[in-house]
Design a protein. Structure first.
Length: 147
C-alpha cells in the first residue's frame, strides 16, 4: 500500500510540474502573440493616418487589405481595422492596445461599443477647454458622501 501511495504522490507532482511547464510555455506564447498584434496595430494606424492603404496598396478598407495581402484571420483583421479606424476618437484605448497593456480583441470590442453609443459619439467630438469627467462617471449622491 505504501508503494502505491508513493507512486500517486509522484504522479501528482509530475503532473503538477508538467502543468506548470505548459502554463509557462503558453503564457510566453500568448505574450509574444499579443506583442506582435500590438506592433501590427501600430503599423496599421500609421498606414491609415498616411492614407497608404489607399494610395500604396489600393484598398479602401483596412480589413480587406489585412485579409487579402497579409493572411490575417478574419477576426484579427476586423479587430485591428476597427481600432485603427477609430484610433483618433479613442486614444487612451488605442494606446493601451499599442503598448500591449490590453489585448486587441478587448480594445476592439470597447471601441465598437463606444462608437455605437450616441452620447459617446457626441462626447468624443465635443471640444473642452479643460478635462471633463466621462458622462458614464457619476458623482456620489449627497446621502453617501459622509458614509
Amino acid at each position: 500500500m505504501a508503494a502505491t501511495t508513493g507512486n500517486t504522490i509522484q504522479a501528482r507532482t509530475s503532473a503538477s510540474d508538467q502543468a506548470a511547464a505548459i502554463r509557462t510555455t503558453l503564457n510566453a506564447a500568448a505574450q509574444a502573440v499579443n506583442n506582435h498584434y500590438a506592433q501590427v496595430l501600430a503599423s496599421v494606424i500609421a498606414m491609415k493616418e498616411q492614407n497608404l492603404h489607399r494610395t500604396a496598396f489600393g484598398y479602401s478598407a483596412l480589413r480587406d487589405l489585412l485579409l487579402s495581402q497579409f493572411d490575417f484571420t478574419h477576426r484579427t483583421a476586423s479587430d485591428i481595422a476597427a481600432i485603427a479606424r477609430l484610433s483618433s476618437k479613442f486614444r487612451a484605448l488605442v494606446e493601451a492596445a499599442v503598448s500591449g497593456q490590453a489585448r486587441i480583441d478587448q480594445v476592439a470590442y470597447a471601441v465598437r461599443q463606444l462608437d455605437r453609443t450616441p452620447a459617446m459619439r457626441l462626447f468624443t467630438l465635443t471640444p473642452f477647454r479643460q478635462p471633463v469627467p466621462s458622462p458614464s462617471m457619476r458623482t456620489p449622491c449627497a446621502r453617501h458622501r459622509n458614509t
